[in-house]
Design a protein around this ligand. Sequence first.
Ligand SMILES: [Zn+2]
Length: 413
Amino acid sequence: MQGLASRASILAIGCLALLLAAFAYAAAPVNVKAVRLWAGPDGTRLVFDLSAPVEHNVLTLQNPDRIVIDISGARVDGASELPEGQGFVKQLRVGPQGRSDLRFVIDLAAPAAPNSFNVAPSGSYGHRLVVDLSPIASNAPPVVVKSADEAHGRDVIVAIDAGHGGVDPGSIGKSGTREKNVTLAIARRLKERIDREPGMRAVLTRDSDYFVELRDRIVRARRQQADMFVSVHADSYRDRSVVGSSVYVLSARGASDESARWLADRENAADLVGGVSLDDKDSVLASVLLDLSQGASMSASFDAAQKVMDELDRIGNVTRRGVKSAGFLVLKSPDIPSILVETAFISNPTEESRLGSSKHQQRLAEAIFQGVRGYFYTNPPPGTLVAQRRSQSRDPAVVASAKGDAGGSGTDQ
Ligand SMILES: [Zn+2]
């Protein structure tokens, strides 16, 4: 571990010393307690942990490309370190600006557009200033997957969404198991299982430990022309004795019962690196939802959720919690059947330990796979290999069980 001083430029060191001296006389400056940095495939997020909310200003400069963030009335905590560059951030520097302000300079690895906002305290996090760097918009065409191999029927595409990630750990079990790691492990296993199945293919909305906004998760699924969206989570509740799996679909009128509402609030809030309102984005989404007929998609979602729930029951969850509905943002694709699987309660010590075991993760992935597969063999999208297999067989159940396990489809065909 290197200290702040060794990372910053010599100029910055000198300036920082002056700055700290200057602050000896300033009134209660805001403390920048830590600076955190994450890079994902779609952008880079910089988070300043603060002792109080700040006023700030962001400037974009060229030749060389850099972004300047001025924070009013702030000082750097002497013990804090600046993170190593990653993603769009080649290097981060800090120095004083004027008499009492702080200037962070991001030397960019590539041109990027900044978006900055303050975040109120939430959970274990205090006040934060977030600066997102995203690629300068280009008119790149969306990835088209469905046109592949018309003759044999295209693959059914399943978007798998590992809940949380990066700055957002999700729920944390008593032994410290983090939901974001469990969801990613199960999502990867589910993808691997789906990709082994002829006629089916999976894409992940995130494939490592980085933060993705809920809205972007939907965008990624849509870009891949997904036929289904499966969000993987682990549940949590105040009462640690509560156990079992639940599968959620979007409710027509938001949360349908008290615990669903509580959960929906929490899962949605988690998106925000705690607390940034998505209200403006939400209203756009809401109007889209109102305009488009969502009935067909919602009933498909319910069918799929039911099949996945049946499979989860088979692997021995103690409590049947059933299919529920709630106002999860990630389920709000108007035209992609979407389900959210709360695999188990990470807040329950027994389930927490099962969630951490690779054997049980595989079992959960297999159950979700069988449920999703069963759904597609019951409701094959036109033009898919699955649809061809269905229509070529006199007895659909034979096709449905050809992989050695009748799955959710064998019982009702
Ligand atoms: Zn979650």
